[in-house]
Design a protein around this ligand. Structure first.
Ligand SMILES: [Zn+2]
Ligand SMILES: [Zn+2]
Length: 334
């Protein structure tokens, strides 16, 4: 499969520029475009966000112990969550890596870089980017995410979480669905704020620089972080601790953070399922962050980069504006 129409002179595939915002932010309002964006296929709900929601519901129904048994802290159920999460991460991250980089299921179609993932490089553990990324994901990320999940269930089982008491079933389910729809929005806003914090001098040097060793990225790069960054990243579920009535909302928020990390670091604009179904990972926006560091701290669904002047839309003009902004910051510091 080849796609030469959007390649630059170096053979790197580029999406259509400029990278804009979803039509919800258009002025004057465009209700038709908003409806298509929200309900369309592919759109905000389908297929990806709905798919991850289904995974969360199935995980809760079939792969999670009864809530009442998690009211007391026992090693058995926590170990089960750990093993199950390790299996899910291996399946999704490993599956994407296997498909895109080993079996090369879509070749270089929609691939941003012509550079291979690093081997024989001192920047990485075992001198190998993929092994380094896998190690950090399995040994650090999986236990941290499991810790957040265990606290969620323990808190709900004991009545410490699930603060709102809504007994009307219609209201309960409306709130449940609203929080599920808002999950990617909560993720995006929280990710921006946490990521901005990680780019302050001390945290960057001691913690976040590790993630930025990945200049080129593959799915496993998504959770290749310092453990403190994992804690900051997965703390997104605490928003659901404050708002949710049901632990599935918090589970979805956590799993969304896990799986979205793989999708936003694929190194491909879309993952093709067969010839016809493109799963849009929208990862070019974050790919630019890995290339240039000081832009695109969040996503496009919550336009905080736009508001704070760090939105890089992929154009030459945005590149010049970013350079001028960084030069002004350096001058201000001097
Ligand atoms: Zn990243
Ligand atoms: Zn960063």
């Amino acid at each position: 499969m080849t796609d030469t129409t959007a390649r630059n002179q170096r053979g790197e595939w580029r999406p259509e520029m400029p990278i804009g915002l979803p039509p919800i932010f258009a002025w004057p309002p465009q209700p038709g475009a908003v409806g298509k964006w929200f309900f369309g296929f592919p759109g905000y709900l389908l297929p990806l966000n709905a798919f991850w929601f289904a995974v969360a519901v199935l995980t809760w129904a079939f792969l999670t112990p009864e809530l009442s048994t998690m009211a007391s802290v026992e090693p058995g159920w926590i170990a089960w969550l750990l093993v199950r999460n390790a299996g899910l991460v291996l399946a999704v991250f490993g599956g994407l890596h296997l498909y895109l980089y080993i079996r090369r299921g879509q070749g270089d179609h929609l691939k941003f870089s012509t550079e291979p993932l690093a081997t024989n490089s001192r920047r990485f553990l075992f001198k190998n980017q993929v092994r380094d990324n896998m190690f950090r994901s399995m040994v650090y990320a999986v236990p941290v995410v499991t810790g957040f999940e265990a606290v969620t269930y323990w808190g709900f089982a004991n009545g410490y979480l699930g603060w709102f008491d809504i007994s009307d079933p219609a209201l309960f389910w409306a709130w449940f669905i609203a929080l599920a729809i808002l999950c990617p929005v909560i993720h995006s806003a929280h990710f921006y704020l946490g990521h901005r914090l990680l780019h302050t001098a001390w945290l960057y040097k001691k913690v976040h620089a590790l993630h930025h060793r990945n200049v080129e990225v593959g799915p496993w790069s998504g959770l290749a972080m310092h453990p403190l960054e994992h804690v900051i990243y997965f703390s997104t579920t605490m928003v659901q601790w404050a708002l949710a009535l049901h632990p599935v909302n918090a589970l979805y928020q956590l799993q969304f953070a896990v799986f979205n990390a793989a999708m936003s670091h694929t190194g491909f604009q879309k993952v093709m399922v067969g010839e016809t179904l493109p799963i849009d990972s929208n990862s070019y926006f974050h790919y630019l962050h890995h290339q240039f560091f000081e832009c695109n701290y969040g996503g496009t669904i919550v336009p905080l980069d736009k508001i704070f002047g760090t939105h890089h839309d992929g154009t030459k003009e945005a590149q010049i504006a970013m350079r001028e902004r960084l030069a002004a910051m350096r001058r201000a510091r001097a």
